[in-house]
Design a protein around this ligand. Structure first.
Ligand SMILES: Cc1cc2nc3c(=O)[nH]c(=O)nc-3n(C[C@H](O)[C@H](O)[C@H](O)COP(=O)(O)OP(=O)(O)OC[C@H]3O[C@@H](n4cnc5c(N)ncnc54)[C@H](O)[C@@H]3O)c2cc1C
Length: 813
């Protein structure tokens, strides 16, 4: 008999793996009724049924660790709550280090875990042997032990979550494939199945491997691709017992887990094999794939050395199953940029079981509140560029993604696959000048320069990497003479029309009702006063604006802009990122250099800071904007793409006389950090307000109403509880990266959001929020601060004002 589907629902969840079911569980926990989950075959039949069952908590960032930690807490109590066994066991976990770099990574992570009280013990080889009697530690330097980690049975967890969801009214339909996503062009309206249509306020895509194509059918970008993922079950392992912790041998790509009387050995090999690139068979359910034993064998050989008892055991099962991986090994969560109320939770990169609790909770809360409950930008589906659903790109990149789970997370590590997707028109010229390119959102960007004519390469470490001195030279040249940055990857939008001013002034916290030719630095805020975007807005004429933002947020910011235009407003937004390249000429001699190439007057009197105008340069007309992200006199040149090469050639030819150097993004970052310029996504996010971030100067509370104004007025009256400070280490030696805990006296009061070595200040410098008891004055910044790096605390000087050029004398010179 055909099942009778409801005709409408508040939320339809597509996919009955652990992720979809967890969202149903959490929505009903929030009190949602009319929650319907549709699964094309049976619950868990996609990837979930064959998860190995590891439930770890420590991730590479603070908020991802929070999600994983919540998952563990949830699983711990799920059986008692639902009456359904989950197989959850808190056995602890051990991660091994066999190289100094890995040991430093583990120690840095152990320090990060202190920010929210997760106990992570740094352990010696001897202690590891005591905890895990089967392990061979002859090449082990040390490791970490997390006593509260564990494992669970993925099928049982899914069934327990389903039971909890059903008990609160959720309806779950199996053998019910969603054949189409319905929408009115702006908003999702429901789903179609072979058994009829359901109208819905919200649709959530949790369709695992299938999500990319399902989303693409309505123009939504969810870049993921399935790869083969392997494990082997050993039986009759001497000495095996259920209390053994989970063991991770990152440097040899393997993990070990007790599994119902057997030992499961899984692999995260460096070069994975893609699966299903031509589509997934329609009948694929509880499916295994043949895999290639020879591909897994090198990991197995190392595993047998790590746990010698495997040599006396027998292989009971060799398993290979598909799992979806994403280009940056982060999952895709949240409301899509393209269709309102279409949510996504997919691309779990083989950590779906240990993520499901946290993912279910935050996605449900996001749907309820209309915004993420904490800063989730690193996994926000809106970070993706449309080109990233290109199958050739995905197939190339995900072969690297899988291995990155266990690779050492070197600072500044660059992807090696799917390179060259987006290039500035200057790419080949910069390469000839010695550029070492990094990849950001598909763009190839010069991070640093070696000698002209060479092809420099990264040598990674946690210490000073091989580009440190080269970047220091670029940094100093910008401070002392002049540097050239290719910043063509900036996102650039035009907003034009009679209502452009009205629309923008409602979105911007600063006042953009300025004379044509003025540049306004502003934030876009949400209703809570949190910072959604950080950008410059240039008034081109009475009815036209140029909006410039970072490359990373191109999709998100354009989406924010267009969603706030409103149907009645008479203005049009256009993404002109590809139409213009950007050359930034920065440094005290930038004016002299450019003046030698243009008849237009660039003097301070004629061309003031924060103004912009069209000037002649070479054979081109370019827009010169006197603005800076490095804290020096300088000009950003916005150049029609086809004129880029000619203008660049003229500047470089004239530049030698003025000491012009090519400078890369690493220098840009060290320059901006010592000037304490904030970076969106790190130092400022949707959970930080401009008042907390020290950006109150860019907020005009007394202009016409704008989004976030009331929240800021309220916060100002209430007083701040955290403030952004710049911190400089007293010792010139240690290097800061991010996530290091900040101590004030005996208390951890925050953590570093972004950091870099500051070559002019001569030490590691970071930005981070510290708790600020209400009523505490600015003098709190003078207290004794320390930053913990890999277990050692280093004294640091805090400042509310930039330590470099606090009076802005250089940028206005
Ligand atoms: C070998 C292996 C070992 C693993 N080990 C671990 C581990 O130890 N720890 C860990 O945390 N993670 C592990 N994982 C990863 C984990 O299993 C996954 O991340 C997780 O199961 C993904 O869950 P999901 O709900 O996103 O996807 P799925 O479980 O694939 O669920 C998606 C569901 O959507 C359904 N669907 C698709 N299209 C439609 C449609 N049109 N209409 C209706 N339904 C649809 C599918 O049938 C499927 O059931 C492992 C993965 C593998 C392959």
């Amino acid at each position: 008999m055909a099942p009778s589907l409801p005709r409408r629902a508040r939320a339809v969840i597509v996919g009955g793996g652990v992720i979809g079911v967890s969202i149903a569980y959490h929505l009903t926990k929030l009190g949602w009724s009319e929650v319907v989950l549709l699964e094309r075959k049976q619950l868990t039949s996609g990837t979930t049924w064959h998860a190995a069952g590891l439930v770890g908590q420590l991730r590479q960032s603070i908020n991802m660790t929070r999600l994983a930690r919540y998952t563990s807490e949830l699983y711990r109590g799920l059986e008692a709550e639902t009456g359904q066994a989950t197989g959850y066991r808190q056995c602890g976990s051990i991660s091994l280090a066999t190289t100094p770099g890995r040991m430093e990574e583990l120690e840095r992570n152990a320090s990060m875990a202190k920010v929210f009280g997760l106990t992570v013990e740094v352990v010696s080889p001897k202690e590891i042997r005591e905890l895990y009697s089967l392990v061979n530690v002859e090449d082990v330097i040390g490791g970490i032990h997390i006593p509260s980690d564990g494992y669970a049975n993925a099928v049982d967890i899914t069934n327990a979550l389903a039971k909890g969801a059903r008990s609160r009214g959720a309806q779950i339909f199996q053998d019910m494939k969603v054949t189409a996503i319905l929408n009115d062009g702006r908003r999702v309206t429901g789903v179609e199945t072979a058994h009829g249509r359901i109208e819905a306020d919200y649709v959530v895509l949790c369709a695992g491997l299938w999500t990319r194509d399902l989303a693409a059918s309505v123009g939504v970008t969810v870049p993921l691709q399935a790869c083969e993922h392997y494990y082997v079950l050993f039986q009759n392992v001497p000495g095996l017992h259920p209390e053994l912790p989970v063991l991770r041998d990152y440097d040899h790509c393997s993990y070990f887990k007790y599994d119902a009387g057997k030992l499961l050995v899984g692999a995260f090999e460096p070069h994975a094999r893609t699966w299903g690139t031509d589509g997934i068979p329609e009948d694929f359910a509880f499916g295994e794939i043949a895999g290639d034993f020879a591909h897994f064998e090198p990991v197995l050989i190392d595993a047998m050395r790590r746990v010698p008892a495997l040599g006396e055991a027998g292989i009971q099962k060799f398993f290979c199953g598909p799992e979806s991986f994403t280009p940056d090994v982060r999952y895709h969560l949240g409301e899509s940029a393209e269709l309102e109320r279409l949510f996504v939770a997919a691309g779990l990169n083989s950590i779906g079981l240990q993520s499901a609790g946290g993912v279910g909770k935050v996605v449900a809360e996001w749907m309820q509140a209309g915004h993420p409950p904490l800063d989730l930008w690193e996994v926000d589906v809106r970070r993706n560029m449309p080109f990233q659903r290109n199958r050739k790109y995905l197939a190339a990149r995900v072969q690297e993604s899988l291995g990155l789970l266990y690779a050492t997370h070197w600072p500044y590590r660059q992807y090696e696959t799917a390179r060259g997707a987006r290039k500035s028109t200057l790419h080949d010229r910069l390469a000839a000048a010695g550029a070492c390119f990094g990849e950001a959102f598909g763009w190839e960007r010069a991070n640093w320069y070696g000698a002209p004519g060479t092809s420099p390469r990264y040598e990674y470490s946690y210490g000073r990497q091989n580009w440190f001195e080269a970047s220091a030279r670029e940094h100093r040249a910008v401070r002392e003479a002049v540097g050239l940055f290719d910043q063509s990857s900036f996102a650039k939008f035009r907003l034009e029309g009679i209502d452009a001013l009205r629309v923008l002034n409602r979105i911007c916290a600063n006042d953009v009702d300025v004379a044509p030719g003025r540049i306004v630095y502003t934030q876009w805020l949400n209703e809570r006063g949190g910072i959604e975007a950080d950008l410059t807005v240039t008034r081109l004429d009475e009815t036209a604006y140029l909006i410039v933002s970072g490359a990373e947020t191109e999709s998100k910011d354009f989406n924010w802009l267009t969603r706030h235009i409103g149907p009645a407003a008479r203005c049009v937004a256009t993404n002109v990122t590809s139409a213009m390249g950007v050359l930034s000429i920065m440094g005290p001699r930038s004016r002299e250099l450019l003046q030698s190439l243009t008849p237009d007057d660039l003097s301070n009197a004629a061309f003031a800071f924060a103004t912009s105008r069209s000037i002649e340069l070479g054979y081109a007309l370019v827009r010169a904007s006197r603005i800076t992200y490095v804290g020096e006199l300088g000009f950003e040149l916005y150049i029609p793409t086809e004129f880029m090469q000619g203008v660049y050639d003229e500047i470089v030819a004239a530049g030698a006389r003025f000491g012009l150097v090519h400078a890369g993004y690493h220098a840009l970052n060290s320059l901006r950090i010592e000037k304490a310029y904030r970076h969106w996504g790190h130092d400022i996010t949707d959970e930080d307000t401009p008042l907390e971030a020290g950006l109150g100067f860019a907020v005009k509370l007394d202009k016409a109403a704008f989004i976030g104004r009331e929240a800021l007025i309220e916060q100002r009256a209430r007083g701040l509880t955290k403030r952004l400070v710049q911190l400089k280490l007293e010792s010139p030696e240690p290097l800061l990266y991010h996530n290091e805990p900040i101590w004030r006296g005996k208390e951890i009061v925050g953590f570093i959001r972004s950091a870099m070595y500051a070559h002019t200040l001569g030490a590691g410098v970071g930005l981070g929020y510290v708790s600020w008891p209400q009523g505490a004055g600015d003098a709190l910044a003078d207290e004794r601060y320390e930053i913990e790096i890999a277990g050692v605390r280093y004294p640091a000087r805090a400042s509310l004002k930039p330590l470099y050029d606090p009076k802005n004398l250089r940028i206005k010179s």
